[in-house]
Design a binder for this molecule. Structure first.
Ligand code: IMP
Length: 202
């Protein structure tokens, strides 16, 4: 038998997939749309009329970037990059880099970023390992400016001292899915951001 429980103090080692109707909504589609629009307005204001290249991190930031760029009132283009990780999965079935900290680039940008105003767009700032790696990588392109926009920030899980210039929501240490974010590639199509409950054998 499987038991599903929310807000578990420790993480389960069990499979975490569950039916969509068992998911708890953390942030509704209305809350997300409203906050993303505010972020787009802020990025527009900070861009002072200069064109911007958004660089989204596949796959989790794809939906966020798609919505964000349409709220921006400044000449914008976008690119996608992808990262992969080495090592074995973490005990709680999160991505491997959660435990190993080794991130590598799987897909680079398709155009030069030198002298451009770049906004790196990520779904979640968690331990900070991925964004630290990507910031260093993009700075190597010698952009004119580099800013970071994240939809979600989980500061309690940070391993490296890094922060984003734009944060949609600060959330507690919960595993979330939806609005582009997945567990084992599932749930990305959910329009709300939901907490994936811990599932443990009993
Ligand atoms: P970091 O390197 O630990 O900051 O991890 C960032 C990446 O881990 C994010 O881009 C996500 O892909 C993934 N991640 C972290 N927390 C979650 C979560 O709650 N749900 C889905 N993916 C997550």
């Amino acid at each position: 038998m499987l038991r599903i429980h929310f807000n578990a103090p420790t993480r389960s080692k069990g499979v975490r997939c569950c039916p969509m109707n068992a998911l708890r909504v953390l942030l509704s589609r209305e809350q997300i749309a409203s906050r993303v629009a505010e972020m787009g307005k802020q990025i527009t204001a900070d861009s002072s009329g200069e064109s911007v290249i958004l660089v989204g991190v596949l796959k989790g930031a794809a939906i966020f970037l798609s919505d964000l760029v349409r709220t921006m009132n400044v000449d914008s283009t976008f690119e996608f990059i992808a990262v992969a990780s080495y090592g074995t999965p973490a005990p709680d079935n999160r991505r491997a880099w959660d435990s190993t900290g080794v991130v590598r680039l799987a897909k680079d940008v398709d155009q030069p970023l030198r002298g451009k105003n770049v906004v790196l767009v990520e779904d979640i700032l968690d331990t900070g390992l991925t964004l630290t790696f990507l910031k260093r990588l993009l700075l190597g392109h010698e952009p004119k400016t580099l800013r970071v926009a994240v939809l979600l920030d989980k500061p309690s899980r940070r391993k490296l001292a890094i922060s984003a210039d734009y944060v949609g929501f600060t959330i507690p240490d919960e595993f979330v899915v939806g609005y582009g974010m997945d567990y084992a590639e599932r749930y990305r199509n959910l329009p709300d951001i939901c907490v994936l409950p811990e599932v443990s054998p009993s």
